[in-house]
Design a protein around this ligand. Sequence first.
Ligand code: NAD
Ligand code: USQ
Length: 399
Amino acid sequence: MKVLVLGGDGFCGWPTSLHLSDIGHDVTIVDNLSRRAIDIELEVESLTPIQPIGERIRVWKELTGSEIGYVRLDLANEYDRLAALLIETRPDAIVHFGEQRAAPYSMRNETAKRYTIDNNVRGTHNVLCAIVESGLDIALVHLGTMGVYGYGWSGSAPIPEGYLTVKVPTPDGDIEREILHPANPGSVYHLTKTLDQLMFAFYCANDQVRVTDLHQGIVWGTQTPQTALDERLINRFDYDGDYGTVLNRFLMQAAIGHPLTVHGTGGQTRAFIHIRDTVRCIQIALENPPARGEKPKVFNQVTETFRVRDLAELIAKITGAEIANLPNPRREAAENELNVSRDHFLELGLNPTKLSEGLLEESRDIAVKYRHRADTTKIIARSVWRQGMETSPDLVKPQ
Ligand code: NAD
Ligand code: USQ
């Protein structure tokens, strides 16, 4: 299958590109390297030493003989080039990771809020428009988020996979309708994913575009069998207050002797998936596209749920790290339950990778190996959801 991987230089996109190439697909990465530019803006780097995209691709060819293409292109601002690329390469499928994905970054200031909306909404719309303009039957797999549903909205009822059956009262009695699950975004970033959903619904109904929207939980871990082949293929590891996600942050913090930064009571329950399962899920989604004319297929791409304080306690137990309960810089429920349906991937053969001490050790080893690259002044989350919210002082003095 010929596959374009949009955002293929990023944390999820790079291992997915290698996995798809490894199983024989013809992969071309499309990326404008904006994530690397944001690292420069934030004056922070991946904990792991990621190589330039050209070197990554060259090493993959050297080791496996497989070629991965690369096109530097901005999905949000270079529509004509994108449309021409589809006509020229005639892909069977597109995997779309190419968005600004950090909730804290999206709440930093007005510039970041506007950039996140402009980049993500315009980029996704350009992809849909270019598929229609190409006249080709290209299946689109998009990375959405569990955060579109919000947390705690439906009490203890399981969050369904995308759609909710509701009863509409009419003078002639109740009628049943299936609707998109109500959107309840918790940040400007999450808001963009809820807008993406509406665009998919429209383009599926109007143009019979085939779309699978994967509502993914928080990805943890770093390496997949392919990225672990050679240090020059290593995946990125974000640990800073904007881009680092909670479990990887805790692992890195434990590795450098920093207290674990629990926001508030740590009663927030979230969905998680290991990066190895992310790449398998993308493969499964590519192999099971919807038919033309079908509404968007929505899969919850989640393997487990955990409460933040339970993760902190587990890591503290394994590593001896201290736990710090910090003022929460976000507006979010202090405590919530989370019960998620995830039958589609299980039915299609996903054998979930569960959080185990062994896997935690593997990630921790990476954090320990590269801890000399950490900048301790970048650890505390500084983006606040509303002006006047409290931020925390640095907990460790820079060496
Ligand atoms: P990332 O920031 O590491 O990668 C995104 C890539 O897209 C980057 O390489 C970036 O340069 C590129 N990109 C962004 N805007 C672009 C544009 N306009 N044109 C071309 N390229 C562009 O993020 P990630 O962690 O790999 O996440 C990938 C996708 O998965 C995102 O859409 C994110 O919302 C979703 N997701 C991620 C997680 C997670 O925990 N990392 C969880 C759920 C969903
Ligand atoms: N948290 C802490 N301490 C920290 C960092 C985070 O307690 O040091 C808490 C946050 O307050 C939040 C939870 O942990 O309650 C998760 O935060 P996160 O930064 O790990 O994840 P989030 O902001 O939700 O975003 C990440 C990805 C995003 C993806 C989302 C999936 O960056 O791209 O969409 O996970 S989900 O959470 O399911 O919506």
